[in-house]
Design a protein around this ligand. Structure first.
Ligand code: ADP
Ligand code: MG
Length: 695
């Protein structure tokens, strides 16, 4: 391996490359664009494009692409060679500023949720200069946003950039009220921890469910799962270690700050956490990370499973979205700080988040909703579907004391007047945090833990940035009018705590008592995607997104419908896969085994012996086979019936209410057959093979 100095970012057109290769003027102008979110001057663009092309050609690139993230949450790329014809039948290698800044994409088969009719199928892509260009497989990739010709967002980046802008606008207003005139820009930062499973490729290839659905649709629990807790942080298996080393190298070349790696709770489950960065870059890098995980795994004859719940009975995979806000002066707005001034400011930003999460629980839940994640949320292994905030006892006590105007009974006595007193020190302990909470304050950031492992982090952060922007807007509106800032600030914080403290819960989020208490507190419990997604277009939410110019109501409708449509399609694919595996693999196998068993029994009887247990097994086998065959029939007629409505919500609801239970019935019969069938007859690898194959 090359030294880290040469390796890290070697395939990235990053700041130091730009400084080296761009004329001073151009470098300065580009920086202005990046730092202040300004529009790029066409002349600057063409100088940058040329330098970028030369750099890419030196590194063996032959093509370029506008790399973007359409609404189906995979990245898209269309490669164009740098060639341009010149007289004499020759070509030169060219790349203009226009080509860098803007591209056309005929993406009529990408989902648009009705935003784009086929006659205007073309959309355009625009460079996001805050995310560096990079080379991947001889292609210069330019991170871009993707819009329709009428300006509607057709991707995951556009709304993310808009939401960052919204948060910036409102947060800067607040900072100016605190006299921080040097703060001209506030940017959300995110560190997404990524969980995944690794299975042996030869075993993977023999399971159609893994192939088509990315998760197992059958499988009875092995005798050993995760109960001994011996996998989490355990010694990393040699093959996995080799995979991780290879993955790190690929990610480092791409400038991804891959930092932490360890085994996770379930057998065959692992995690990678990068160092945090600004959220649009974190999002791009997370997409690249998922792509690289899959690619690198193949080199090791492994398959990386990113599905939220690949195996029943052991933990599923999520993404922990560590979120905070930084000023351009390098100050973390969720850092408690060392002076009264900083304490007051911290409390205001903290309560802004508390209010946001309480006011928009529905949107946070919807932002992580997907068919795959439904299997995970609420399974007592991932946060429940009810959104609440963990603050820890110390900070909660401080807020309680503030609210009641009484002394803080902790280590130091406090009769706190905001803006005059400093917050008492509370431990920034990260060891015994409550891991059952969906939204936890962890010292100087919030950790939103409900994201699905395969999803882009964009949706969740669009919501997070926008709802916090809305709290800050309301705060700024009020405080800007105040005659006495300090009193108004104190009153605002105390009132916000009083109005929104119901969202704070430090106990065990997995307990039944919490479900009951959450209901008593009036918190929302949206159990499934079909319950959650429709709220995108509730009136209050349309108003929110329109106020902050993040989504129009048409864009919201399109996102809701794409989400519901893909939910229904995913369940349909899973149901079809189940039917195929049951009819073509499981039923033939168990019938073969039953035939074999009955002839063995005959031979035993002919030899003059009787064997009661053999007959029992045969009877149970026949009963369960019958049950499987009937439930497969029911599932088949279930998916042949289509509800008579063009509304994605109706179809999704039908799949949820009717098809999921029918699938569960098929699985129950098949899994009980697996438990009594001779393993040599079973038609595909079982959980014990899959979960313990990689050493
Ligand atoms: P754990 O697994 O205990 O939650 P990790 O160290 O695995 O912790 O992950 C913590 C993540 O939080 C890392 O990605 C880290 O870079 C990120 N992080 C730390 N500080 C901030 C911050 N201020 N803003 C956003 N992310 C942060
Ligand atoms: Mg974490």
């Amino acid at each position: 391996m090359a030294g880290m100095d040469d390796l890290f970012g070697m395939n990235v057109f990053n700041d130091s490359v730009m400084r080296q290769r761009l004329p001073k003027e151009t470098y300065r102008a580009l920086h202005k664009t990046i730092d202040d979110g300004r529009r790029l001057d066409p002349q600057v663009a063409s100088v940058v494009a040329n330098a970028m092309k030369d750099w890419a050609l030196e590194r063996g690139a032959t093509h370029y692409t506008h790399w973007f993230q359409p609404l189906n949450s995979v990245t898209a790329e269309k490669h164009d060679a740098f060639i341009s014809p010149v007289p004499g039948g020759k070509v030169i290698q060219e790349f203009s500023g226009k080509e860098l800044v803007r591209g056309e994409a005929d993406a009529s088969s990408l989902p648009s949720g009705g935003l784009r009719s086929t006659f205007e199928a073309r959309g355009y892509t625009t460079w996001d200069p805050t995310s560096y260009a990079f080379i991947k497989d001889h292609v210069l990739c330019i991170p871009t946003a993707y819009c329709s010709y009428s300006g509607e967002a057709l991707d995951l980046k556009t709304p993310l950039l808009r939401s960052m802008e919204a948060l910036n606008r409102q947060a800067v207003r607040i900072l100016h009220l605190f006299g921080r005139m040097d703060a001209t820009r506030v940017t959300p930062t995110v560190g997404p921890e990524q969980e995944y499973f690794l299975v042996d490729k030869d075993l993977f290839d023999r399971r159609s469910d893994l192939l088509f659905a990315g998760r197992t649709l059958f499988g009875s629990k092995p005798p050993k799962g995760q109960e001994l807790g011996d996998h989490f942080f355990g010694t990393i298996q040699t093959r996995v270690q080799a995979f991780m080393a290879d993955l790190n190298e690929e990610l480092w070349k791409l400038g991804v700050l891959a930092k932490t790696e360890h085994n996770e709770t379930a057998p065959a489950q692992h995690e990678m956490a990068p160092i945090y960065s600004i959220v649009n870059v974190a999002c791009d890098h997370n997409q690249l990370t998922m792509e690289m995980m899959k690619k690198v795994a193949r080199r090791h004859n492994l398959v990386c499973l990113l599905a939220e719940k690949p195996f029943e009975g052991v933990n599923g995979s999520g993404k922990h979205n560590n979120w905070s806000m930084f000023t351009n002066t390098g100050y973390n707005l969720l850092e408690p700080g060392d002076s009264p001034h900083e304490s007051a400011q911290f409390l205001l930003f903290l309560t802004a988040v508390i209010k946001a999460v309480d006011d928009y629980q529905d949107l946070l839940r919807a932002s992580v909703a997907s068919a795959g994640n439904d299997h995970r949320l609420g399974g007592c292994e991932a946060p429940p579907a009810v959104i609440s905030i963990f603050l820890g006892d110390e900070l909660t006590e401080i807020l309680d004391a503030l609210e009641s105007g009484s002394d803080y009974s902790g280590r130091e006595k406090l009769e706190m007047t905001i803006g005059v007193h400093m917050l008492p020190k509370f431990p920034k302990d990260t060891t015994d945090r409550n891991r059952t909470s969906p939204f936890a304050f962890t010292g100087n950031k919030f950790e939103f833990r409900s994201l699905g492992s395969s999803a882009s982090i964009s949706d969740a952060n669009v919501v997070l940035n926008t709802i916090v922007a809305e709290s800050l807007r309301a705060f700024a509106d009020e405080l800007e009018q105040a005659a006495d800032f300090r009193t108004a600030l104190h009153d605002l914080i105390v009132r916000t705590i009083r109005e929104h403290k119901r969202i704070i819960f430090n106990g065990n989020n997995y307990s039944d008592e919490w479900r009951a208490e959450a209901a008593a507190r009036g918190l929302l419990c949206l159990d499934s995607t079909v319950d959650a997604l429709p709220c995108y277009t509730d009136e209050k939410n349309i108003r929110l997104f329109e106020t902050h110019k993040v989504f129009s109501s048409a864009e919201l409708r399109s996102r809701r419908d794409i989400g519901l449509d893909s939910y229904a399609k995913i369940i349909n694919i899973e149901a079809e896969t189940m039917i195929m595996m049951a009819r073509r693999q499981i039923l033939p196998a168990v019938l073969r085994y039953a035939g074999r068993l009955s002839s063995s029994l005959c031979s035993i009887r002919n030899a003059g012996s009787t064997l009661a247990c053999g007959q029992d097994i045969l009877d149970e086998l026949c009963r369960e086979t019958e049950r499987l065959s009937e439930s497969v029939g029911a599932l088949e007629s279930g998916i042949q019936f289509k509800p008579d409505s063009a509304e994605p919500a109706v179809f999704a609801r039908y799949m949820h209410d009717r098809i999921l239970p029918a699938m569960a019935a098929v699985r129950a019969a098949a899994d009980s057959l697996e438990r009594i069938t001779d393993k040599t007859y079973w038609p595909f690898p079982t959980y014990d093979d899959l979960l313990f194959s990689v050493q």
